[in-house]
Unconditional design. Structure first.
Length: 88
């Protein structure tokens, strides 16, 4: 469900969707464990803006994502924040 909504936000902002991290300047990641936190660190080191999202009840994961360099928000805010990042 989130993927379709997020794709609509990207399309509305005239952005392109790719799964190739080398070809993007903004990555959107669902965070549900330590593996994603490490991926955020890698992307952030390469200068890629990362928007991470996850359940609000997993505050420790959202905090870890922020510490790794991501803009991290609960699921309820991901669409709005993505639109802001794409339009800034």
């Amino acid at each position: 469900m989130f993927r379709a909504k997020l794709a609509a936000v990207v399309t509305a902002a005239a952005g392109e969707i790719t799964r190739d991290a080398a070809a993007c300047d903004l990555a959107v990641l669902e965070i549900d464990g330590p593996a994603e936190v490490e991926r955020i660190r890698q992307l952030h080191r390469r200068g890629i803006v990362v928007l991470a999202y996850g359940p609000h009840v997993r505050a420790e994961l959202l905090r870890a994502a922020r510490d790794a360099g991501a803009v991290a928000v609960p699921n309820s805010e991901v669409e709005r924040r993505l639109a802001e990042l794409l339009n800034s």
